[in-house]
Design a protein. Sequence first.
Length: 176
Amino acid sequence: VENKASLGLPTALRMQINNDSSFDGMSNAGVIQLNAWQHVAATFSAGTLTFYVNGVESGVRVGVPTPLNSSAPIRIGGRATDIARNFEGGIDEVRIWDRALAAADIAAAMNRELSGSEVGLIAYYQLNEQSGQVVVDESVGEYHGRFGSTSQPDQNDPLWSSSTVSQSPVIGDVLF
């Protein structure tokens, strides 16, 4: 989430890909409402990055470079090298697919839990554990993750929370 007015796009979604060239793409400005639960999604196909907020297309960027293959772990809500710039907000349900979902598919699935066996679902983190250092992948791939920066609890760990706002989130939402 980008909320720096100095970049000209406050309350926007941002996707950054660093490989042989650097790409920094933003959604439309003003699509994120701070302090509210929202469903966000991004798809990538044939050089086109599309952002969605609450099931509605919220920006398209073309000419996006294909990320290089990497064995580095995926970080959810954090940067690979700078823990001081981690996401500040709540995250509930992370879904990773091996294909770009159509807008209708995103809208149809955004408010429901998945079975974990959907075709093309690579990883599915419901984030319902409430404690511990293991993040369970509910997909058939079983790519379980580690919560935080080490295998033991430390001061860099995010906090488990059942809700960070008085209103319960719907499935797949992220709080900004």
